[in-house]
Design a binder for this molecule. Sequence first.
Ligand SMILES: [Zn+2]
Length: 83
Amino acid sequence: MAANFGWNYPAGFTGRELAIAGPDWEGETKVSCTCGFSGEVEAWGYSNVLHWTCPECAEDRAEEPECDGPDDPDPSDYYHLEP
Ligand SMILES: [Zn+2]
């Protein structure tokens, strides 16, 4: 969570914008692509969407979190953030 050091952001900005605060999360995560690629890639998350580029077909992907069923009932776990 980015701290607000008393700055006033321009109208329409909250300080949580990607350009200001950066991604919510960055790191390696397991993904699978429509081209058949499956494995770990460098990825980043912002606004509950995971962004990554497939190393196999070079497609830029943006994915909503998925629920893996009863073992993963909370989609916010998708980024694997520490509590
Ligand atoms: Zn691919």
